[in-house]
Design a protein around this ligand. Structure first.
Ligand code: R5P
Length: 292
């Protein structure tokens, strides 16, 4: 049975509909001091339970709700607990970059482990390599082909697929499998103290081409804004910003459009105004044992 958490009500219900399984509603309210109240409105004893809860901002609040739901399922003797966390927060704090720094992702997994979680399904985690170090089995699905198919359907078959950061070249490659217009990536360097990102000018053959820039996350929008500007400066025709997790903090959406992007397209991994591509079929397939 599927338990749609307060942060992913729509997505949770969509997944349950596709799997044709029962949902257990969560009675949720916030106490006057801001703490979360959670109650399952149904019996989960001896059930294989799937809790769907994304952890985009406000991530700390959504994480606490996730811990409470998982631990509650354990207390109520669920047979197994699978978490669907499309956006897994703290994925970018995946090592100690500076001495004394917290390895927050490790802490997060240890807490979920203590809550009795058996399996986690996530989508385009920032660093798939650290998932292998997790005590809990984590399936990392990719929604890039779904984003690429959206553009293909809109008539942008043959567009150039661009990704950001050398380690993310596989993102552009996956998109190119659908769009078949060639691919490349722009190197990025983030200053660990200021958080500012710099992009390296590359020789990209994008002049007079439609370009789709794919990234796993748009957070402050700083990286995408620079990428759009650079691509436009190289003479690209139409430029689209596509991402799996459109966190779109502050006025990043306006900033990206102002920099010259024709559209921002995201998935429903996190609630946002640009989430036009649903990952529900991808997750339902994985849960049914067909997609992983
Ligand atoms: C970086 O490695 C990621 O793939 C994204 O490019 C980055 O997290 C986006 O962050 P922001 O929108 O704040 O530049």
């Amino acid at each position: 049975m599927v338990i749609p958490g307060p942060a992913s009500l729509k997505l949770g219900r969509r997944i349950a509909d596709l799997l044709e399984v029962k949902t257990v509603p969560v009675e949720f309210k916030r106490f006057p001091d801001g703490e979360s109240y959670i109650r399952f409105d149904g019996d989960v004893e001896n059930e294989d339970v799937v809790i769907v809860q994304t952890t985009s901002p406000p991530q700390d609040e959504r994480l606490i709700q996730l811990f409470i739901m998982a631990d509650n399922a354990k207390d109520q003797k669920a047979k197994s607990i699978t978490l669907v966390v499309p956006y897994l927060a703290y994925g970018r704090q995946d090592k100690r970059f500076r001495s004394g720094e917290a390895f927050s992702f490790k802490t997060l997994v240890a807490l979920l482990d203590a809550c009795g979680v058996n399996r986690i399904i996530t989508v385009n985690s920032h660093n798939p390599r650290i998932l292998k170090t997790s005590r809990i089995h984590i399936d990392d699905l990719s929604a890039i082909h779904l984003l690429a198919k959206y553009f293909k359907k809109k008539g942008f078959d043959g567009a150039f697929s661009l990704s950001l950061g050398k380690k993310a070249l596989n993102i552009a490659m996956q998109a190119n499998e659908v769009l078949k217009g060639g691919y490349g990536c722009i190197s990025t360097h983030r200053n660990r103290i200021t958080g500012k990102v710099a992009l390296e000018r590359e020789n990209l053959s994008v002049a007079n081409r439609n370009v789709i820039i794919f990234d796993d996350i748009i957070s402050s929008g700083g990286t995408m804004i620079k990428a759009v500007e650079l691509t436009k400066a190289e003479g690209a025709e139409k430029v689209f910003a596509a991402c799996v997790h459109p966190l779109l903090v502050g006025n990043s959406k306006e900033g990206i459009l102002k920099s010259g992007a024709d559209e921002i397209v995201g998935t429903d991994c996190v609630p946002s105004s640009v989430g036009v591509v649903s990952v529900a079929p991808l997750i339902a397939e994985a849960l049914a044992g067909r997609g992983v």
